[in-house]
Design a protein around this ligand. Structure first.
Ligand code: CTP
Length: 403
């Protein structure tokens, strides 16, 4: 999945011959799963048509401050457009538009939107080599860099004038790769390794029966996905579940029993930065696993159980600089019990699920959690989807790392 999937990308087009490549750029963004809107300078329409761009972007194209509708002038709200965008990409950015961007000139909708933008702004210069080299243009590049406007470097090659040199707009594929790389290197969990446990464990009674629980694994899979989206390399150790993942940043290890989960976690823990243990591990397992299917021979059947190893506590006992996060599912004295668990297992953070909250717990799409950190501070969240809970949890961990 591309890092651009689900992103709202505003593409700005100014009047350069390279604008003929902008529809290809828009198509690549759409193919990557982004939602795209386009804002054009009036003169750029001489180089590429709004019809082409609205067709490939599947959205209306904006180019004037107002549009006429039934004899009324309707205002195109540049502030709204700028706030809508997660990313603003101006391609091509001509010497004229770059100069205006650098100097706060605001005489068209694209420039007004640029001045209103709070999201990361990328621009791809496109001009002839002498214009590119001109001190004034080079000064404008520096000025834009000081505003944290990010340049997608122009390439060397044949220019519209027939001359060879620097100033050729980057190819659409190069622009997409540049933006993806830029996003990746700024992700907060870049270069971090995260271990996540998920799902139930099954403890064998005999070759066909087991003791298990109703955990679906969804919460853990959402945490793994959210961590990968933030740039982390993830090791996801899960008990039996119907969820799967094809995310390349997630190494998926499928286990069945608590012992197998314990072994997998200990195999990786040393190289881990953050461990989030959300699995519903069986606390007990049959002391003896029958080698043959147990026959219905007696009126009652007693299965002697022994405790499984507590994976979370065992990691708490050996942890060095790792951030260790556990879950607690409580039905009474929730906060107090969770705080005790956090202390006993040497955790940095505990996620409290109260079974008294409607919509929280096993086999639900939603969860309602309270996060408690090692200093005892408490943060209560609303009922949310498990994907949103995962994001909240990771944001809290990131805040914790930077404190
Ligand atoms: N956990 C674990 N290994 C176990 C049991 C639990 O890693 N053998 C982890 C879970 O993944 C979860 C946390 O410990 O993060 C839950 O702690 P636990 O003490 O098992 O909580 P409860 O099951 O709620 O315990 P109790 O029944 O004692 O309240």
């Amino acid at each position: 999945m591309s890092l651009l999937s689900g992103k709202k990308i505003l593409v700005g087009v100014s009047a350069g011959i390279a604008a003929y490549k902008t529809p290809f750029l828009v198509r690549l963004f759409v193919k990557a799963g982004a939602e795209v809107k386009v804002v054009m300078t009036p003169s750029s329409k001489d180089f590429v048509t709004p019809l082409t761009l609205s067709t490939v972007s599947k959205n209306e194209v904006f180019s004037a401050f107002t549009i006429e509708e039934n004899d009324n002038a309707i205002w195109n709200n540049h502030v709204e457009l700028a706030l809508w965008a997660d990313i603003f990409v101006i391609a091509p950015a001509t010497a004229n538009t770059i100069s205006k961007m650098a100097n706060g000139i605001c005489d068209n909708l694209l420039l007004a939107t640029f001045l209103s933008a709070k999201c990361p702004v990328y621009y791809a210069p496109a001009m002839d080599l002498d214009m590119y080299k001109h001190k004034s243009t080079q000064e404008n590049f520096k000025k834009l860099a000081s505003f944290e406007t990010i340049q997608i470097p122009a390439g060397f090659g044949e220019l519209a004038s027939g001359l060879m040199g620097e100033g050729r707009m980057a190819e659409p594929e190069e622009m997409v790769a540049f933006i993806e790389n830029d996003i990746l290197k700024k992700l907060p969990l870049r270069n971090k390794k995260v271990l996540v446990t998920a799902g139930p464990t099954y403890e064998a009674i005999d070759p066909v029966r087991f003791i298990g629980n109703h955990s679906s694994g969804k919460m853990g899979f959402e945490i793994a996905q959210a961590a990968a989206n933030l740039g982390a390399e993830v090791i996801l150790v899960s008990g039996p579940t119907h969820y799967t993942t094809s995310n390349k940043q997630i190494k998926y290890i499928s286990v069945i029993s608590a012992q197998q989960m314990y072994d997998a976690c200990h195999q990786y823990f040393e190289e881990i930065d953050i461990a989030i243990l959300s699995a519903a591990v069986a606390d007990y397992r049959p002391k003896i696993v029958a080698t043959q299917k147990i026959k219905k021979a007696t009126a009652t059947l007693h299965i002697e159980l022994e405790p499984t190893k507590d994976i979370l506590a065992s990691l708490g006992a050996i942890k060095k600089n790792q951030i260790l996060v556990g879950f607690a599912l409580e039905t009474e004295n929730e906060v107090e019990n969770a705080k005790n668990k956090l202390k006993k297992k040497n955790l940095n953070l505990i996620v409290l699920n109260s079974l008294n909250d409607k919509g929280a717990g096993f086999k639900t799409e939603t969860n309602k959690v309270t996060l408690i950190d090692q200093r005892g501070s408490l943060k209560e969240f609303d009922l949310k989807t498990k994907a949103e809970v995962a994001k909240d949890l990771l944001n809290e961990i990131i805040r914790f790392i930077h404190e």
